[in-house]
Design a protein around this ligand. Structure first.
Ligand code: FES
Ligand code: FES
Length: 169
């Protein structure tokens, strides 16, 4: 029977290197540090901290292409490349423009997490209905906008990407 050391042999330890926005980031914090703490400690302040317990979505990032709340992940156990809102770059330019055009932010605190969440669902679902957008975005809290504008913006980008998948028009 495998002992504890054997069972933990493939668990990543602090001191290893993550890839964040295509750049290496060595995790030197304690084993209990969250991905949110590590990212913000390294200057990725586009990843916002609010509830700190997986309830608001402000800290949403992509890990291996899937949206996760960084405050709920131990940095030492993260296994995929990490992308923050800043790291989305030109891929999410249409979302940023739509958020501005539709008035989908006011204070802007929740916006990086909203953009990352929106990008993740648009990558996953080519044909997404408004109801599905509402459901998929529901974990990201906004205290300012009332949500309709956020859903409008995401639906507009969904439609535009569907009609012009290469983004050439
Ligand atoms: S700060 Fe992570 S979900 Fe609220
Ligand atoms: S724009 Fe202020 S919390 Fe969303």
């Amino acid at each position: 029977m495998a002992d504890l050391a054997d069972r933990g042999a493939d668990v990543p330890r602090p001191g290893r290197t993550l890839t964040v926005n295509d750049e290496p980031l060595t995790v030197t914090s304690s084993a209990g540090a969250t991905l949110l703490e590590v990212l913000r400690g390294a200057g990725h302040t586009d990843v916002k901290e609010a509830c700190g317990r997986g309830e608001c979505g402000a800290c949403t990032v992509l890990v291996g292409g899937r949206a996760v709340m960084a405050c709920t992940q131990l940095a030492a156990l993260v296994t995929g490349d990490v992308t923050t809102a800043d790291g989305l770059g030109e891929a999410a330019a249409d979302l940023r423009e739509a958020f501005a055009d539709y008035g989908a932010f006011q204070c802007g605190f929740c916006t990086p997490g909203q953009i990352v969440r929106a990008e993740s669902i648009l990558l996953e679902y080519v044909d997404i209905s408004r109801d599905e957008v509402v459901r998929c975005m529901s974990g990201n809290i906004c205290r300012c906008t009332g949500y309709r504008q956020i859903v409008d913006a995401v639906c507009a980008v969904a439609s535009s990407r569907r009609n012009d998948p290469e983004g050439k028009s």
